[in-house]
Design a protein around this ligand. Structure first.
Ligand code: AMP
Ligand code: ZN
Ligand code: FE
Ligand code: FE
Length: 269
């Protein structure tokens, strides 16, 4: 069964609208789709309407969290009750903080001598969840950088001169709110963040899975993550983190059938 369990739409920082993403998924033969937009579940209804039963759509979310250090830690939630009040309240607070933060980053860029305005960024944001990729695309559009990667590497990434922190949840808080909404909290792309030191604490807080299969995880990382998943009794998940043409292909990452079956069972599907 072909799956795509990690991808983004225009509701957050993906480039395809929810219906367009569903059509692409169908074209790629995807049978189970989970849209994991950052801090919003707005894609779910239009995607579900577009799918019209042609594929299985799992309600999901990705919450970008932080740890002092600082680290960016992303927590995925599968099978969430998307209209859960505590979840929606938390997400709406996070989206509000995203707006203010991008405003501060635009000001930082201006101080660095780069001419760009919030209205430039808004041209690239078609949904409720504003992110650095929208700012990066606006910078490319204005000819300030050659591509999105350069925007992150020189200005926007953690540690770069235009970076600004924002209010975010600690991973254990995201784990709690996803659990309260009936979802399964999963640590996203652990290989990118070096979260080994935190893992035990997350498991104690209720983490249920690790995103073992991911485009940027090499075979050694996959093996290490599988062994961690076994050690802590965690589910193994995987997805492409598709945002649009470029970094990865929709449906590029598949999980072994037994991992999919375990995830389904844990989610009561
Ligand atoms: P934000 O949600 O505003 O903190 O932005 C984080 C998002 O930016 C991540 O979820 C990625 O989708 C994206 N991102 C991070 N680093 C890069 C990069 N080097 N190139 C392109 N996109 C990136
Ligand atoms: Zn993203
Ligand atoms: Fe992520
Ligand atoms: Fe993602």
């Amino acid at each position: 069964m072909i799956t795509e369990l990690h991808c983004h739409t225009t509701a957050s920082d993906g480039v395809l609208s929810p219906p367009a993403l569903v059509e692409l998924a169908l074209k790629k033969g995807v049978e189970v789709l989970a849209i994991t937009d950052h801090d919003t579940t707005d894609a779910l209804a239009p995607a579900s309407e577009a799918a019209a039963g042609r594929l299985e759509l799992w309600p999901a979310i990705e919450i970008n969290c932080s740890e002092p250090g600082p680290y960016e830690v992303h927590v995925l939630g599968y099978f969430i009750q998307s209209d859960h009040p505590a979840l929606q309240e938390a997400l709406s607070k996070l989206r509000e903080a995203r707006q203010g933060r991008i405003g501060r980053m635009v000001a930082n860029l201006n101080r660095l001598g780069l001419p760009i305005e919030l209205s430039d960024v808004q041209k690239f944001a078609h949904g409720p969840s504003l992110g650095r990729p929208h700012l990066a695309r606006a910078m490319v559009d204005r000819g300030l950088v050659g591509d999105v990667n350069e925007a992150f590497d020189r200005y926007l990434a953690l540690g770069q001169p235009a970076y600004e922190p924002r209010y975010s949840l600690r991973p254990r808080e995201a784990i709690a709110v996803i659990t309260a909404a009936g979802g399964l909290p999963v640590l996203a792309h652990p290989g990118l963040i070096g979260t080994d030191q935190f893992l035990e604490g997350y498991v104690e807080a209720g983490l249920r899975g690790l995103e073992v299969y991911y485009p940027m995880h090499d075979p050694d990382q996959v093996a290490e993550l599988l062994s961690q998943a076994r050690r802590y009794g965690l589910l193994a998940t995987g997805g492409s983190d598709y945002h649009g043409p470029g970094r990865s292909e929709l449906g590029q990452v598949q999980l072994p059938p037994e991992a999919l079956a375990a995830l389904r069972a844990a989610g009561g599907r």
